[in-house]
Write a protein that binds this ligand. Sequence first.
Ligand code: PFF
Length: 454
Amino acid sequence: MTTQRQSIHGQWSSRWMYILAATGAAVGLGNIWKFPYLTGEHGGSAFVLVYLLCVALLGIPMMMAEVMLGRRGRQNPVNTMRTLAKEANTSRHWQLIGLAGTLAGVLILSYYSVIGGWTLAYAFRSGTGAFNGATAEQASSLFSQFVGEPLGVLGWHTLFMVMTMVVVARGVRYGLERAVKYLMPALFILLVVLVGYATTTGYFLEGLAFMFAPDFSKLTGTSMLAAMGQAFFSLSLGMGTIMIYGSYVPQEISIARTSIVIALADTLIAILAGIAIFPIVFANGLEPKAAGPGLIFETLPVAFAQMPGGHLIGVLFFVLLMVAAWTSSISLIEPAVTVLVENFGMTRLKASWLSGLTTWALGFGTIFSFNVWADYRLFQKNFFELLDFLTANIMLPLGGLFLAIFAGWLMAKEASQPEFAMRTTLGFQIWHLLIRYIAPVAMLMIFFVAVGLL
Ligand code: PFF
């Protein structure tokens, strides 16, 4: 028996729109600044193989679980968990998991948006030739100067937040769908153009070799855990965004098949990002610095500055990053907006501005972490690092753990199975086994590694 609930926020107008939106949520900064580097460091294609295994055994089953919960509840993550807990005759406190996920979205967005602002600034600065002729030291000092000056960054963060909230305020059909309909193809085209460019650098094969040459000796236990954590973060699991997107999925759409497509698209884009980035880095005699801001905002601008026509490539690259961050940002705030609408009776417009303003203000903490608050530290971490640690290393893995327990152990098979509507029961049984046994153990391991206990 399937439920008759309807989301008051509407539905995706097609399977394709849902796939674009969920892929947009998943593809973010993590795909572009973390995956390529992890792959290079942990044994190339050996790591990619392990990563694919993690996506198959953990990522896809968890995504299926979250979409299934969302679609069955058809409300925001808090109300969905409360409704489903009641249906499962268990404690209504499960709604706290929905609340924690919603909060995690706001906290992540508060720093994601600051970095989104950096990408806007860097797209602009690449266009105006600010990095022309810059050496590695100059690019590093330009970056330190840029983040060291709070007012400028605040302006870009504000612009990025406004771009996010304008989309979210317009709702599922007219906001989210319209945005991803243009942004996701644009993202793909930009990436293909950059890969095309990488083939002309003369270092394409070196780049490929760094990414893919299999080196099983580098594949340690740590790298397997890194693959697991990255698969989980990259697919935006454990925090209610996939659940809320699931609540807009029409009943006739196959959860299993769409989850596979989304996970593969996310992985493909991460791999393409590496294929585009490393040849450009090597062609300019640079080292692939640590993942993250160093590679993107210090190493790459130097590479762009040295190449003929490089500032155009620089603009394209930072616009690509901006688009990836933008479509993820939309998904990060959507749970909070729907909580304000459903539980506090606000209009979507009001809910969007209120949650947007709150997130924007929280972003000050991240902006100040690079200047006026740089010396305030707790556990040796500044505000930004603490926030990142709290969300990515604690809230997401624990959120995922509880969601797996709920979907695998508390929810009756009679409730979950019809949602998947698979043709054979074998598919369902495999999912159930993975979500019951593999997912909770994997989530616990990710958590222990993340907090340094393993
Ligand atoms: N999946 C995004 C990335 O790879 O950058 C990060 C992210 C976005 C995590 C949205 C969680 C989320 F809800």
